[in-house]
Design a protein around this ligand. Structure first.
Ligand code: HPA
Length: 291
């Protein structure tokens, strides 16, 4: 699987991804499920048993995230009996790195051979029914970075027969498979976690949205807004990994009466919901890998 997916990457990217993959495989990194933990949501990684943890800074070619409260490291081990590889902390487009740096950890995750990636984030709730502390399974996304995150990163940008075969669960039109999303909603019901399903808008940031932008996002049908995830899910999908998106609503995003928002506020509410999210993920993971 590693080599199949590596073949989909452009020549200038392939060797760097392969070097990090070989480094991690040499330390036992493998698993069926990958998880990406967003702002303030890293504590699921503490539930991983028999864990091997490696700081991003110690992995060839990885950058460490600059955002406060993101402790960048890869963790591999067992969670609820499932072998997982966790990216605890992510790089964001607004950190200003070129895309080959930004998406390198995601490509490495895919080339470690995972089948499914649960990609989490902190997000503002555009939907009026959402309150801070709720979770939202991502039904679809609108990528407002407005440039192709994979530019120059794939061997065949328009897709190849191999890519189509690897991504056989559908193309971009079916970015999020409804089956795992439904299992996530069911798992939330079983553990009493408030869960919605909706459309995620990925904005460039790092400033939070102006009121007019919030109005626009609501009118084009978005339920939650954040500054990550979409570039990663696009890459995962193209590499034949099934992405499952999960947003933690940390604040309301409102056109009127919007309080001034800071990263510290987002992280604080993230801390409140992260136990909830960890409980949910432990309930969900065994369902996800059931044949
Ligand atoms: N906007 C963008 N990103 C976010 C928000 C928000 O309101 N909350 C958490 N991340």
């Amino acid at each position: 699987m590693m080599s199949d997916r590596l073949q989909l990457l452009s020549d200038q990217w392939k060797d760097r991804v392969a070097e990090a993959v070989t480094f991690l495989q040499g330390r036992g990194f493998a698993g069926r499920v990958g998880l990406v933990l967003g702002s303030g949501l890293g504590n699921f990684a503490d539930a991983v048993e028999d864990a091997v943890r490696i700081d991003y800074g110690d992995i060839p070619d990885f950058h460490s995230p600059t955002v406060a409260m993101h402790s960048g490291r890869m963790v591999c081990g067992q969670a609820a009996g499932v072998q997982v590889v966790v990216m605890q902390g992510r790089l964001h487009p607004y950190e200003g790195l070129p895309h080959d740096e930004l998406l390198l950890p995601t490509a490495v995750l895919a080339c470690l051979g995972i089948e499914v990636a649960v990609v989490t984030n902190a997000a503002g709730g555009l939907n009026r029914y959402y309150v801070p502390g709720d979770l939202m399974v991502i039904r679809d996304q609108i990528d407002l970075h407005l440039h192709d995150p994979l530019r120059g990163l794939l061997a065949e940008p328009m897709g190849s027969a191999e890519a189509a075969e690897l991504g056989r669960r559908g193309g971009m039109a079916d970015m999020f498979d409804p089956e795992p999303a439904r299992k996530l909603v069911e798992a939330a019901a079983r553990c009493g976690v408030p869960m919605h399903s909706g459309t995620y808008a990925s904005m460039p940031g790092p400033a939070y949205e102006a009121k007019a932008e919030i109005g626009m996002l609501r009118r084009i049908g978005c339920d939650a807004v954040g500054m990550s995830t979409a570039p990663e899910t696009v890459l995962l999908k193209r590499l034949g990994v099934t992405p499952v998106g999960l947003s933690c609503i940390t604040n309301p995003a409102r056109e009127t009466g919007q309080p001034e928002l800071s990263h510290a506020d987002v992280v604080e509410v993230g801390a409140m919901v992260r136990d909830r999210m960890a409980t949910l993920l432990l309930e969900f993971l065994p369902q996800l890998v059931r044949a």
